[in-house]
Design a binder for this molecule. Structure first.
Ligand code: DHB
Length: 321
């Protein structure tokens, strides 16, 4: 399959060019070699690897991921199951040979020093580093992304440790002043993209059996899928406005169709990531989204998807009768 030539579905994120403005979200189907090779040879515009920790982790006990609503909803408490950053950096280096698309390593440290060490090694092996400040499933400490000073310390360290583009995976915020503070942090730290949003915390109930749908963390975890879409859009829009074009936003949350992609882009995303729908449908989802998005753009007379970044209009005021 070749990309359509009459419409431009590409994205520029920092210094990277993506042939398609849609890629996987770190999390599902991006840990093992076979999964990553499948993503690399899919239509995805980039490949993001599972968030790495310093040492390999088995993660939480099963069942730790639940797909519901016919694949439109998920809840997970995987607990950072990963191969460790050295192995993931080696995967990135291998994938970069011939993938023809950017390969992004994700790092999730437990201390600022861990982020720095991982970013320095993973940075040499990949095209950009996604700094995950927002894993909801590791208990004990507040998510770094909810602490602006801690975030700044991590990002300053990472900025010194690598010359690569830095993407920052942010938690969902619920208050515009938190967004404005974090936008300032990102701008001061030389970051290349804000990735909005990681999973909101949630709880699913199997009412029939009066039981949670996953086991770890008291059955509570990170939400994915359609439930996240509007929370993601609020965050994408808020960061798009707060960042004033200084850096792009990558939108994540509740995307399973081309319309979902287009909506995130109208809110201000330059590119979009897919998590739950990738888990439900597999990497062929990128073929479907690519052809649906091309069709949607032709119907709407849009030639370049990038022309629509942030183009959302506010519904006009109506005269009261
Ligand atoms: C996990 C979940 C996340 O949302 C994340 O950002 C990192 C790790 C996990 O449970 O593995």
């Amino acid at each position: 399959m070749t990309r359509p030539t009459d419409v431009d579905l590409s994205a520029r994120v920092g210094r990277l060019d993506l042939g398609l403005c849609v890629m996987n979200a770190s999390g599902p189907l991006c840990t093992h070699d076979d999964e990553l090779e499948t993503l690399a040879s899919s239509r995805a515009g980039a490949v993001v690897i599972k968030s790495a920790t310093l040492e390999p982790r088995k993660g939480n006990v099963e069942p730790r991921i639940h797909l519901g609503g016919d694949g439109t909803l998920s809840i997970n408490s995987v607990g950072l199951c990963n191969l460790g950053y050295r192995a993931h950096a080696a995967q990135a280096a291998r994938l970069r040979q011939g993938a023809g698309k950017p390969i992004i390593a994700s790092v999730a440290g437990f201390t600022p020093g861990e982020y720095v060490e991982m970013a320095s090694v993973a940075g040499r092996a990949s095209d950009a580093i996604e700094v995950n400040l927002s894993c909801p499933n590791v208990s004990g400490k507040v998510q770094v992304g909810l602490d602006p000073e801690a975030s700044e310390a991590v990002l300053r360290g990472v900025r010194q440790a690598t010359d690569r583009d830095i993407w920052v995976k942010l938690p969902p915020y619920q208050d515009a002043s938190q967004v404005s503070t974090m936008a300032g942090v990102l701008r001061r730290c030389g970051v290349s993209a804000a990735v909005c949003i990681n999973s909101p915390s949630g709880l699913d109930v199997d009412v029939e059996n009066e039981v949670t749908v996953i086991h770890p963390n008291g059955g509570m975890g990170g939400l994915g899928g359609a439930d996240c879409r509007r929370i993601a859009r609020w965050n994408i829009r808020q960061f798009h406005l707060a960042l004033e074009g200084a850096l792009p936003v990558i939108g994540v949350g509740g995307v399973s169709t081309a319309e979902d992609v287009y909506g995130h882009i109208l809110c201000g995303a330059s590119a979009v990531q897919i998590g739950t729908a990738l888990l439900a449908s597999g990497p062929r989802i990128f073929d479907r989204i690519e052809s649906e998005l091309a069709g949607l753009m032709r119907r709407r007379g849009v030639v370049r998807i990038s022309d629509k970044i942030g183009a959302l209009r506010i519904r006009p005021e109506e005269e009261t009768p």
